[in-house]
Design a protein around this ligand. Structure first.
Ligand code: EPZ
Length: 430
């Protein structure tokens, strides 16, 4: 429940990045020694991942609220629990780990937010095939594959710079003899973080952060201690929130360079953004200029910031436009925004934001992780009290959202709603 129409002022400490922590946690399964990960965000996708690893014989020990020690000496490949695998998209990384460790893989269909028709994994499986794996055709239950002679080096070119496929091929190649090359690799900071983590463990990954990555196989990894990079999307979300409400907040523990495209867009909208070594201060009077936004792989404007900016463009002065070039179903949140009085027409890839919409408090539903974050921003802007349902989506990727927003003056409470028990739907969930 959020009572909006209030300016936000104060400081928010940004947590570790979910989409860096997930690949690095699965990468620990390649290691037989202990890896200590710091600045791990306390979000449900991380908890689900840790549960998957534990069910597969990996020991997990929280040493503080943000530090977790992982030891995979007892790792049992191909034993992942279907019910947990089907909850998150990052489960797909088990394929690269299992093929890399023992030459075979078997997982249920991964889950993930409904932001694409099918969220295919064809780049992943064709990459594994280029390394000598024989992947079974999809059978409605999940993915299986087998490399009769173990994996061998491969040269893989992606049609699109897929984050997940880049992660998966890196994981498959770390212990594979020879040099595997990825062309048109994703360049996101979390790919660089994965490469740095693996190299700290003795791997030989070069080129992470560029569109050509080389992985020279090694025989074994050793343990390490590694801090997870800050979550640029969490930071961007709070930057968008204060842009919409007005006020001044400082985000600490961030890497401003990761947010360059978001900062640039906010400045175009008339928002003041000051960058420091590891902090960003954003101040706004809440009056925003309309702009055009086109999402793109890093270092372009991140698709994971699109819903948050869709809300800002709904209230900005003048007409704007959003072109969503990464996912074909990422405007569902606009249907919820319509319930708050904003009418923003859209089709699969484009939203036409008329601007000058007034938002009214209402009861809305989080459609997915970032769509839910967009609803939080809309509720913070709208006067009156807005109810947001299905906030488990938001819990997937925002660590202590309520506490952080209260820190800067938001009026927000979480209510536990006990739904009458409904039979769980079979198959993949959120
Ligand atoms: C990761 O998803 C993120 N999830 C997403 O963040 C993010 O939106 C996305 O990268 C893009 O940055 C995690 O890291 C857990 P992709 P991923 O493979 O890896 C197509 C969030 O909000 N594609 O880069 O699934 C795909 O359909 C989440 O935190 C294929 O066609 O994204 C999409 O159009 C939501 N075949 C495009 O590539 C494939 O085999 C980019 O997908 C793989 C991808």
């Amino acid at each position: 429940m959020i009572t909006g129409g209030r300016r936000l002022n104060g400081t928010i400490a940004i947590s570790g990045m979910k989409n860096a922590a997930l690949p690095i946690l699965f990468a620990c399964a390649l290691n037989r020694e202990t890896c200590v990960l710091e600045n791990v965000p306390y979000v449900s996708d991380v908890l689900t991942t840790l549960s998957i690893l534990e069910e597969m014989g990996i020991s997990v020990e929280w040493r503080s609220s943000t530090t977790v020690a992982v030891n995979a000496a007892g790792f049992r490949p191909c034993t992942s629990p279907d019910n947990l695998v089907s909850k998150i998209r990052a489960s797909s990384y088990l394929m690269g780990v299992e093929l890399g460790v023992c030459g075979r893989t078997h997982i249920a269909y991964p889950g993930g937010c409904k932001i694409g028709a099918a969220r295919p994994l064809n780049y992943h499986t064709s990459g594994f095939e280029a390394m000598g794996a024989e992947m079974d055709p999809p059978n409605g239950h999940g993915f299986s594959g087998y490399a009769p002679d173990g994996l061998h080096e491969g040269k893989i070119t992606f049609d699109a710079p897929s984050v997940g496929a880049t992660v998966n091929i890196i994981l498959a190649a770390v212990l594979t003899p020879g040099v595997t090359t990825i062309i048109n690799a994703a360049r996101e900071p979390h790919i660089v973080a994965l490469g740095n983590f693996l190299n700290m463990c003795g791997a030989k990954v070069t080129g992470a952060g560029t569109s050509e990555i080389h992985i020279e196989g090694v025989s074994a990894l050793h343990g390490c201690t590694y801090p997870i990079i800050p979550d640029m999307i969490e930071a961007g979300t709070y930057m968008a929130a204060v842009a919409g409400t007005g006020g001044c907040i400082t985000l600490t523990g961030v890497i401003p360079k990761h947010l360059e495209s978001v900062t640039s867009k906010l400045r175009d909208m008339g928002v003041d953004v000051e960058e420091d070594e590891d902090s960003i201060t954003v101040s706004s009077e809440g009056q925003l200029k309309a702009v055009q936004i086109t999402t793109a792989p890093y270092p372009g404007f991140p698709t994971d910031m699109q819903p948050q900016f869709g809300v800002l463009l709904a209230v900005a002065n003048g007409a704007g436009i959003i072109q969503e070039k990464v996912w074909e179903q990422r405007f569902a949140y606009l249907d919820e925004l319509a319930r708050m009085g904003a009418s923003v027409p859209y089709n699969s890839f484009t939203a036409f934001t008329p601007g000058n919409q007034k938002l009214y408090a209402s009861s809305v539903t989080a459609t997915d992780l970032r769509g839910g974050a967009a609803m939080v921003i809309a509720a913070l802007i709208a006067e009156g009290t807005t109810e947001i349902k299905n906030i488990h989506y938001i819990d997937r990727g925002y660590d202590n959202l309520i506490g952080k927003l209260r820190e800067v003056g938001a009026c927000i409470v979480r209510e536990e709603v006990f739904l009458e028990s409904t039979p769980l739907q079979a198959g993949s969930s959120s």
